[in-house]
Write a protein that binds this ligand. Structure first.
Ligand code: MG
Ligand code: ZN
Length: 358
């Protein structure tokens, strides 16, 4: 009897409090591709003002895919974007290959604006999981076509080649000019950062390179600059918005076992996190969730000075690893992301926040 009363109390407590908090107006999901705990530790240990220290809620994410201990970015992205576990290589579909609506698609049903800002090609696995559905992440031409059929407000990144015909120097074998189609739909097409900087449009594709964006140190603009532009446009929707920002190339540093590349990309991503936190702090209705899709490189901090930024990373792998990654949450309802989460539970919680809106 005591047990029943106890369970009933818990149940009543749960339904009372689970329904009362107001969902956030805006959601910003930030994904460090290949950003594990060691990568974050470098920032925390060498930078007194590390953006990662500013999150009231932290936790862990288990990054395994539906069929593998070690995930790829397709399954990892799908878990976060669609809230389902799936097989490696799969984008926006479940284990059976069935399309699952992403948080972007749900957000559109609720009249929110949506946007992605990445430093990879926009057809790459992580952004593709938010914008497309295919069992094979390498179907870049199909993905680009799927993107062009959506109403995503802001798309910033690289990968112009999959939007333009082979005859015009692109990669599209069907010779369809998707940029022209997007223009017909009312999108502004921006080809470089100078034009993006000047643009005040609320609906655009800014494909800044044919392939991925250059590494952070070789660009004259930062991921933070790109994120500011997206926030400016998206925040004009009174209903709110969902934005995904990816530090896409932290992963490259891990794969190449290149400490310098890794830390430069991490720094670029961290500056974007600070920009987002500044926005959320002023806005007060924005949930920020930062995590990695998996760890890359088996990075470990093996030497360094306690009083300087001097640090040495050793790598145990050239690939992804199954080590858990960090979860950092700020803003309305951030508490629900604490503890150890399966990656797709993070996605499911995000989707739930959209579904429970009026
Ligand atoms: Mg990625
Ligand atoms: Zn990778």
């Amino acid at each position: 009897m005591k047990k029943i009363i106890f369970l009933l109390t818990i149940f009543l407590y749960t339904i009372t409090f689970a329904e009362s908090p107001k969902p956030p107006k805006n959601i910003i999901i930030m994904i460090g591709d290949g950003m594990g705990i060691s990568q974050v530790s470098v920032s925390v240990l060498t930078n007194a003002n590390s953006a990662f220290k500013k999150f009231p809620i932290t936790g862990f994410s288990i990054t395994c895919s539906a069929d593998k201990l070690i995930t790829d970015s397709a399954a990892g992205g799908t878990a976060l974007a669609c809230g389902v576990p799936t097989k490696n290589g799969a984008i926006g579909v479940d284990e059976m290959g069935k399309s699952i609506p992403s948080i972007f698609e749900l957000a559109k049903q609720k009249n929110l604006s949506t946007g992605v800002v990445v430093t990879s090609e926009v057809t790459n696995a992580t952004p593709a999981a938010f914008l497309g559905h295919t069992s094979n992440r390498k179907n870049y031409e199909i993905l680009a076509e799927q993107f062009s059929l959506l109403e995503t407000d802001i798309v910033i990144g690289g990968g112009k080649r999959y939007f333009i015909p082979e005859s015009s120097g692109g990669k599209r074998k069907d010779n369809v000019d998707l940029l022209m189609k997007l223009q017909e739909k009312g999108y502004i097409i921006l080809n470089d950062f100078e034009n993006l900087k000047k643009s005040d449009s609320r609906k655009y594709y800014a494909l800044l390179e044919n392939e991925a964006l250059k590494p952070a140190t070789l660009r004259n603009y930062s991921l933070s600059d790109l994120t500011k532009k997206a926030l400016h446009a998206l925040s004009q929707n009174e209903n709110g918005f969902v934005l995904m920002v990816e530090g896409s190339q932290i992963d490259n540093g891990g794969h190449d076992n290149n400490q310098e590349l890794l830390l430069n990309e991490l720094n670029d991503f961290e500056n974007a996190i600070q920009t987002v936190l500044d926005f959320a702090e002023t806005n007060k209705e924005t949930l920020v969730l930062v995590t990695g899709d998996h760890e890359t490189g088996g990075a470990a901090i093996t030497a360094g000075d306690i009083n300087s930024e001097n640090i040495k990373i050793d790598f145990a792998s050239k690939s992804h690893t199954a080590t858990m990654v960090g979860v950092f949450a700020y803003g309305p309802q951030c508490e629900i992301f604490s503890g150890i989460n399966e990656n797709y539970h993070l996605g499911r919680k995000l989707l739930h926040l959209i579904q429970t809106r009026y």
